[in-house]
Design a protein around this ligand. Sequence first.
Ligand SMILES: Cc1cc2nc3c(=O)[nH]c(=O)nc-3n(C[C@H](O)[C@H](O)[C@H](O)COP(=O)(O)OP(=O)(O)OC[C@H]3O[C@@H](n4cnc5c(N)ncnc54)[C@H](O)[C@@H]3O)c2cc1C
Length: 468
Amino acid sequence: MQGADRALSAIARALGDDAVLRDPDVRASYATDESEVPASTPAAVVRARSTEDVAAVMAAASEHRVPVTPRAGGTGRVGGAVPVEGGLVLSVERMDAVEHIERRDGIAVVQPGVVTGALHAAVEAEGLFYPPDPNSLGSCALGGNIAANAGGPRAFKYGVTRQYVLGLTVVLPDGTVVSLGRRTAKGVTGYDLTALMVGSEGTLGVVTEAIVRLIPKPESVHTLMVFLADDQDIAGAVDEALSRRIVPSCVELLDAGALDIVSRQAGLAVPRGASAMLLMELDGDDAVVPGQLETVGNALDDRGAVEVLVAQNASERERLWAARRELSHSFRKEAAFKLSEDVVVPRTKLAALLGRCRAIAEEHAITMPSYGHAGDGNLHVNFLWDDPGARPRVDDAIKALFEAVVQMGGTLSGEHGIGVLKAPYLPLEQSAALIALQERVKGVFDPEGIMNPGKIFPAAARRFHGAC
Ligand SMILES: Cc1cc2nc3c(=O)[nH]c(=O)nc-3n(C[C@H](O)[C@H](O)[C@H](O)COP(=O)(O)OP(=O)(O)OC[C@H]3O[C@@H](n4cnc5c(N)ncnc54)[C@H](O)[C@@H]3O)c2cc1C
């Protein structure tokens, strides 16, 4: 009997036969995520229902040295949930309860399979607010958001997932259960392993419960769609709002290439002369936000915006957002092949980065539309191509992009993580000593190397990239 079979027998005894799925069609449906990483089918999928289940799975996997890839919603963009070294996929999708909302303490205790949009709805029904809002919020889940330190449009004003995670229950790779962090607003006890776990991409342990911080729900939200003649005006438009002491909850941008595609593929009406679009949102008190909206709208008009549209109600707001949410799918329809990067530069360098992207696209003869979170300087640069032989050109263009970003004082990932796809590029941003230190941290948590192997570190991902 192989190690995986032995581990699965022990897991089936502990969790019941119905928790272990070996059907080839089911296994195939857990072989990919929303990245361009090729499918890699696991030996089996295990669906856990509790922390105890996860502990039993990890103890058996550790004993028999079987790789385990944790998975929540499967919407990751860098292959984090793809079991590139086979073994088991450990799905937390059935651990989908919002266990408590403690309104007066402003916290929620949630399981990792809770879909992010469902958490929003549950806390908002209590007049509270959980700000992190990845655009995939209808299908991604808290466990994945925590492992990826997810951001989203509202990160500009409210920050990313890490700012809202107070405490975690984590199952370590050997099956030990630990409670990290706290449920209080403040606390300094030992090392901040909660912060380390957030963004660790499922390589250190499995999150089975989270205590998240909630804040009061803003009374109202208003949306502006602003068309600009030139994407070089984007940073100026954001500064225009900030100089009036108004902090938009989000500022989303589409460059000329993205506007063109979304107008053709998703029917967005783009006014003549527009070559960039901003979707700006202001939230806060009913008595204050409409005045702020007028101030920002007028200021952008004065700056020469081609058109400023204001959503008059919730359905119009949803219509303005629909085009933004459809972007990734519109790009997929546009070309046979697509890769998407997720870089960040200081906001003041955003115009320079957009200019550099245009130059790289020309030099390498690749279509490179971009969109992103302008307030944070976070750009999703896409690479679209039809000719399968163009892949080496695309790889050169990606490297040129990363080099430019690092030169501008930026970083390779704002919110998607490193996963499999970006692992070879990590040394462009981080020193050999820093990578080695992080590998030693990984070794302390996971001495057998069974926890989501093949991710983040260039050496760990070499097997996958070598095989490409
Ligand atoms: C259309 C679209 C829009 C998107 N927009 C955004 C956006 O605005 N902002 C943003 O940040 N991201 C965005 N993403 C990327 C993605 O949705 C996020 O990375 C999200 O946080 C992944 O959550 P998930 O539940 O799907 O995780 P998965 O894909 O299942 O897993 C992601 C990573 O988390 C690990 N993991 C999952 N569960 C656990 C657990 N319980 N314990 C430990 N590790 C675990 C996995 O091993 C993997 O490494 C978008 C994706 C799509 C397809």
